[in-house]
Design a protein around this ligand. Structure first.
Ligand code: FAD
Ligand code: UDP
Length: 371
């Protein structure tokens, strides 16, 4: 029987943080496994034959306010500063997204845009985020009209496509990620640190795992090796319902299909990400050369089609947050607590809609707890 001190399931950023900490801080050996043929989980990127660095699982922009997380990752990468300024295709024109004071002037005649701008600032202040659902509930007639307009043009159909259920049925926090912004900053995020690793995400994770105490085994599902490896601690970043063989039922996830296409033109679209709230079956198109400002004669895009998650057919990209699913997760967690030295974390293990920085932060916290 092979013996390791720590077995980590999943070579995504969550697993990589734990492996790096255990090896560098406690000088313990670690075996990291992943069922995929590559490291870096959903952050995986690689060089396409066009010379462009392509994010295989959709656009990934690192953003955080946490100096701790930023400093931690900066030990493994230098950064290409990058501010995401996406747009939405609305009524045959590009509109600034999140919908903000600039968007008002793109979609309404100037007199109306001015009136709405004044009312927004008077009601909420300047540089303030307002969830669209709150704006729809406004007593004031013009603001209520604006709330309904933005809801119909930007959120309603996109959310239906993305989640397969009506916006009213999803956790309000999900849509509140993209607020109406009473301000003129066109950025998608307002975080202090916003960047792409200069050599890509895969290189970042590779650097984290570069330690003689860490071995990585790819194309290795946990189920395949669990009876042949003896470990003192298990860190699991896969789906918790799968770990427990779905004994209480399946936790729901949402999936995506990415159609990656090379286009024989220098640029395909005017921004790195264009959302299509109302037209077409897809939700967004990403043009990858923008991330690292790569200069190439052709370009590569990926088109995102939301899908139901089906075990064995596609990947569980998004946990679906609602009270019923939280209760089911909690049942699995009760089981997990009975297992000694076993830890569930990461976007799937914690069943949380984590961004990369949140995943890193949670993994650092877990290390502090166990060390
Ligand atoms: P994952 O990256 O999912 O890694 C888990 C790994 O575990 C996987 O590689 C999987 O193959 C492996 N695994 C699972 N079960 C098993 C098993 N039984 N045996 C072996 N291996 C197993 N975040 C941002 O900050 N900015 C963004 O712009 C952004 N955009 C995103 C866009 C999309 C479309 C998606 C889906 C996510 C996006 N994210 C973004 C979130 C980001 O991808 C996650 O926060 C991050 O990748 C989570 O890392 P993780 O290690 O927890 O999970
Ligand atoms: N959303 C929307 N229209 C948009 C952008 C976002 O309706 O043009 C809603 C949708 O419900 C989406 C949520 O806001 O799932 C969060 O969007 P975000 O861009 O944060 O999603 P992610 O990048 O994680 O897929």
């Amino acid at each position: 029987m092979e013996k390791v001190k720590n077995l980590i399931v999943g070579a995504g950023i969550s697993g990589a943080v734990l492996a790096e900490r255990l090896a560098s801080q406690l000088q313990e050996n670690v075996l990291v496994i992943d069922r995929r043929e590559h490291i870096a989980g959903n952050m995986f990127d690689s060089k396409h034959s066009s010379g462009i660095t392509v994010h295989r699982y959709g656009p990934h922009i690192f953003h955080t306010r946490s100096k701790k997380v930023w400093n931690y990752l900066s030990a493994f990468t230098s950064w290409h500063y990058f501010f995401l300024k996406p747009m939405a295709w609305v009524d045959n024109r590009y509109v600034t997204l999140p919908f903000n004071l600039n968007s008002l002037y793109q979609v309404f005649p100037a007199y109306l845009a001015q009136r709405l701008e004044k009312k927004l600032v008077d009601s909420y202040g300047y540089n303030v985020k307002v969830p669209v659902m709150k704006l729809r509930e406004q007593q004031e007639e013009d603001l209520r009209f604006l709330g309904q307009y933005v809801y119909e043009k930007i959120f309603e159909q996109y959310t239906l496509k993305q989640w397969g259920i009506a916006p009213e049925k999803i956790d309000p926090e999900v849509m509140a990620r993209v607020p109406v912004f009473v301000g003129k900053d066109d950025g998608y995020f307002q975080d202090t640190y916003q960047a792409i690793p200069a050599q890509g995400y895969t290189r970042l994770v590779e650097n984290m795992l570069h330690n003689s105490l860490i071995s990585v085994r790819l194309k290795t599902p946990f189920e395949k090796i669990k009876d042949t490896v003896e470990y003192q601690r298990l860190f699991y970043t896969g789906s918790i319902d799968e770990f427990f063989n779905y004994q209480f039922g399946e936790l729901p996830y949402r999936s995506l299909r990415f159609d990656i296409e090379q286009k024989n033109t220098e640029y395909y679209q005017p921004a790195v990400v264009i959302n299509y709230p109302n037209n077409f079956d897809f939700t967004r198109i990403c043009e990858h050369k923008y991330f690292l400002d790569e200069k190439t004669p052709s370009t590569v895009i990926s088109v995102e089609f939301p899908q139901a998650f089906k075990r064995g057919e596609n990947e569980p990209y998004y946990p679906i947050s609602n009270p019923q699913n939280a209760a089911l997760y909690e049942r699995y967690m009760q089981e997990a607590k009975k297992l000694p030295n076993t830890y569930f974390f990461g976007r799937l293990g914690a069943y949380k809609y984590y961004n990369m920085a949140q995943a890193v932060s949670a993994a650092l916290d877990l290390f502090e707890k166990i060390k």
